[in-house]
Design a protein around this ligand. Structure first.
Ligand SMILES: [Cu+2]
Length: 158
């Protein structure tokens, strides 16, 4: 029997809900090389996170996460402060409580096998980010962290 244990997410949803991209005025000039919105599919499975592209020059990105695996997964985007890796907890999961609210860019939670969910991260500044699944489960008395099993990858905003 598999029991899902949700990691407590601090402020991630609040941030995702509160951040509203700047109004785009039709015909307004944008800085060269910056587009407004990109849509990037991401494939999740045991145990990998594979975006169709691992970089963008857009300042807003809609991630469409497809769970191609057999277990429940999620997709979280966090900015890497100073480009350093995310801190991890004793069970190997990313320590989301240690991520500053301003660095928590959004997530799609609890995506069943075979299903897709999306979220849009707005006002992204250039730098390194991480896309990851932070599900931790107990299976036959063993703690399994999807993050520790490899469900994370760097994503760059140019
Ligand atoms: Cu997962």
């Amino acid at each position: 029997m598999i029991r899902q244990i949700r990691i407590v997410l601090v402020g991630v949803c609040a941030i995702a809900g509160a951040v509203v991209g700047p109004a785009v005025v039709a015909g307004a000039a944008r800085p060269a090389g910056r587009t407004s919105v990109a849509k990037i599919p991401v494939v999740l499975r045991e145990f990998s996170v594979r975006p169709q592209r691992d970089f963008t020059s857009a300042d807003s990105v809609t991630f469409v996460a497809k769970n191609a695996g057999t277990e429940v997964h999620e997709l979280v985007l966090a900015r890497l402060a100073d480009g350093r890796p995310l801190p991890v907890e004793a069970d190997g999961a990313a320590d989301e409580a240690a991520i500053a609210e301003a660095d928590a860019e959004g997530e799609a939670e609890d995506i069943p096998a075979g299903r897709s969910k999306r979220f849009t991260a707005s006002d992204l500044t250039p730098g390194a980010y991480e896309l990851f699944c932070n599900i931790v489960e107990q299976e036959d008395g063993e703690t399994v962290s999807h993050y520790a099993k490899g469900m994370h990858t760097v994503f760059v905003v140019q």
